[in-house]
Design a protein around this ligand. Structure first.
Ligand code: ADP
Ligand code: SF4
Ligand code: SF4
Length: 586
């Protein structure tokens, strides 16, 4: 089966002299393989006439065309297309009763499309343009599990409740106090219990437009689980939550699945691993087509995903495996020190911060773990001289480049305008170290306000790394990035720090990401918004051990992939590791 896909965001017929039409051999011989669609003004390719020669793909200056050959058997598995030469989705994951089904896959591979179909917001058309009726869906699935699922969904006998991905957008669509919002959602009468479980006591009487991203996430989760549904779909429940909150939310979602079907899209593999019973992987080509794998157990599914090769479907979906190496502790430091600082004390009217003295090294990545609002950014501002502490001294002045946790997307500038202000976009360093790994070329012409969460995050990281600085402070760079992007971001940041002999300070709550990116670790603790304290900077093993002890969770390494996995509370391994005081990898 041949698919011709035109990426409508990238296709710019006014700027390209229509190379795809000019050079298509079919068109030259007089047939209508590629024509201009009158409505959109963009090309349309006839998949029947296209021979798959690939000339248009090479000639298009904006990488807007893909021609893909897929096994013929998949034809009958086509679930949906958004239009001619548009994205195609193959197969659906089946949300098992009384279980958590996880979906893992790159951004743009079709996860949201699946969420919309399974919640009844989008009626699939099975590739037939203009098609897509509820009757057709029920008939298509006759004789398989989905028949009952869609019959009940469309008859109103199965209620789907959905937590959207971008919680930052919530204040634009809902107004008022958190309490009144949650009271409206409370169909089961357990509001007080959920407020306690999700630690919303300080948030409940505030207005939705003045709470933080982490609070918005917990409010959105509360609004979802308070409702009385049959299938609960949670799209990225972990963004902006700290580690303890992530594991807590994972526990709450697991409890929900004792009675109900739950479907979760999640890129934090530790959370997904802790949360899901089954996993469906998604592969294909971003913005072109997405195929849903058969379900597997969570451990196996994540290992296969990281390995990049699916044996049972004989599909290699990534050139190389992602490996988590057990790095020896970095004892013998022979490099240069960037900055030394003594114990720091900084206080604001309602906030107190204590930081243990230490040194920061050139070329290293320092991971920071700890709850939100415990003074991590204040600490770096003190290092940069932007804030004056009551106590504490640095041995030199340093320049800091900062990416905040919440990124403003309201700018009417283009990505090009934003990035060209901070860096020379024609330099070799920018091209090879920043633009290529973050695939920024294809975003340059887009407006900031139109970018998806993941695209915006990549641009914000690139903007931060593009500046000249001694310290690069990135606050939650993993938010909205998929697994592949998280791991490539980690590699890119490490490489840039080494090359620039600068220091990366990375605040993040994805433990796997922190494990992958950091040379050493700094752990913050305290009462969010009231007081914070940091322990001294330590090696990975020691730092993680201290942090996980605070959170009261033990981790082991998976023997196959080397990735860290959270032990289930009170499991044999959990008890044995706790009794030895070995919270990290036993
Ligand atoms: P994910 O949730 O995995 O990021 P999506 O399901 O949102 O992926 O989208 C997959 C692809 O489908 C997108 O990259 C886009 O090209 C296409 N797409 C999504 N929604 C629409 C739509 N309403 N019209 C046209 N194309 C769409
Ligand atoms: Fe131009 Fe490429 Fe679009 Fe064809 S697909 S019109 S070559 S931008
Ligand atoms: Fe024409 Fe070849 Fe492109 Fe098909 S792949 S549209 S035949 S240039």
């Amino acid at each position: 089966m041949r698919l011709a896909i035109i990426d409508r965001d990238n296709c710019q017929p006014r700027k390209c002299a229509l190379e795809c039409i000019k050079f298509c051999p079919g068109v030259r011989m007089g047939d209508e393989t590629v024509v201009i669609d009158k409505k959109s003004g963009k090309p349309a390719i006839s998949e029947e006439l296209c021979t798959g020669c690939g000339i248009c793909t090479k000639k298009c200056p904006f990488d807007a065309i893909f021609i893909v050959n897929l096994p013929e058997e998949l034809k009958s598995d086509m679930i949906h297309t958004f239009g001619e030469n548009a994205f195609r989705l193959f197969r659906l994951p089946y949300p098992q009763e009384k279980s958590v089904t996880g979906i893992i896959g790159q951004n743009g591979i079709g996860k949201t499309t699946i969420v919309k179909i399974l919640s009844g917001d989008l009626i699939p058309n099975f590739g037939e343009l203009g098609g897509g009726s509820k009757e057709q869906v029920i008939e298509y699935f006759s004789g398989v599990q989905f028949h009952d699922y869609f019959t009940q969904l469309y008859d109103g006998n199965m209620k789907a409740i959905h937590k959207p991905q971008y919680v930052d957008h919530l204040p634009k669509v809902v107004k008022g106090e958190v309490r009144s919002l949650l009271e409206k959602a409370d169909e089961k009468g357990n509001l007080e219990e959920i407020i306690k479980d999700l630690e919303l006591e300080h948030t409940i009487d505030r207005s939705i437009d003045e709470i933080s991203g982490g609070e918005l996430q917990r409010v959105a989760i509360a609004a979802t689980i308070l409702r009385d549904g049959d299938i609960y779909i949670l799209d990225e429940p972990s963004s902006y939550l700290d580690v303890r909150q992530r594991l807590k939310v994972a526990g709450i979602i697991r409890d929900l699945a004792r009675e109900k079907r739950v479907l979760v899209v999640e890129h934090d593999l530790i959370v997904l691993d802790y949360l899901a019973d089954y996993i469906n992987m998604m592969y294909g080509r971003v913005r072109s087509y997405g195929i849903v794998s058969h379900p597997s157990t969570v451990r196996q599914g994540i290992n296969v995903y990281l390995g990049g090769y699916m044996r049972d479907e004989n599909v290699k979906f990534r050139a190389e495996a992602m490996k988590f190496e057990v790095r020896p502790p970095s004892v013998a430091w022979e490099g240069e020190t960037l900055l030394k600082f003594t114990d720091i004390h900084k206080s604001y009217e309602h906030f107190d911060l204590e930081v243990k003295g230490g040194e920061i090294r050139k070329g290293e990545v320092l991971g920071i773990l700890g709850p939100n609002a415990t003074g991590k950014t204040t600490f770096v501002k003190v290092l940069a001289g932007e804030e004056v502490p009551e106590k504490g001294e640095m041995d030199k002045d340093v320049l800091v480049s900062y990416k905040p946790q919440y990124i403003k997307s309201s700018s009417d500038r283009t990505v090009f305008e934003l990035l060209s202000k901070v860096t020379d976009l024609s330099s070799g360093f920018y091209t090879s170290e920043i633009s290529k790994p973050f695939e920024l070329d294809e975003l340059l012409g887009r407006q900031i306000a139109e970018l998806s969460g993941g695209e915006l995050q990549k641009v914000a990281i690139a903007e931060c790394l593009g500046r000249d600085a001694d310290i690069y402070l990135l606050d939650e760079p993993s938010a909205y990035l998929d697994v592949e992007q998280r791991l490539s971001t980690a590699k890119t940041i490490r490489r840039i720090m080494e090359k620039r002999k600068a220091t990366g300070i990375i605040v993040d709550h994805d433990i796997l990401f922190i494990d992958y990116i950091s040379d050493r670790l700094m752990v913050f603790e305290g009462e969010p918004g009231v007081k914070g304290a940091s322990r001294s900077i330590r090696g990975m093993r020691e730092g993680m051990n201290a942090f996980l002890k605070d959170v009261n969770v033990t981790f082991r390494r998976d023997p196959e992939s080397g990735r860290p996995r959270a032990n289930k509370p009170n499991s044999q391994k959990d008890k044995a590791q706790k009794s030895k005081g070995e919270y990290y990898y036993g």
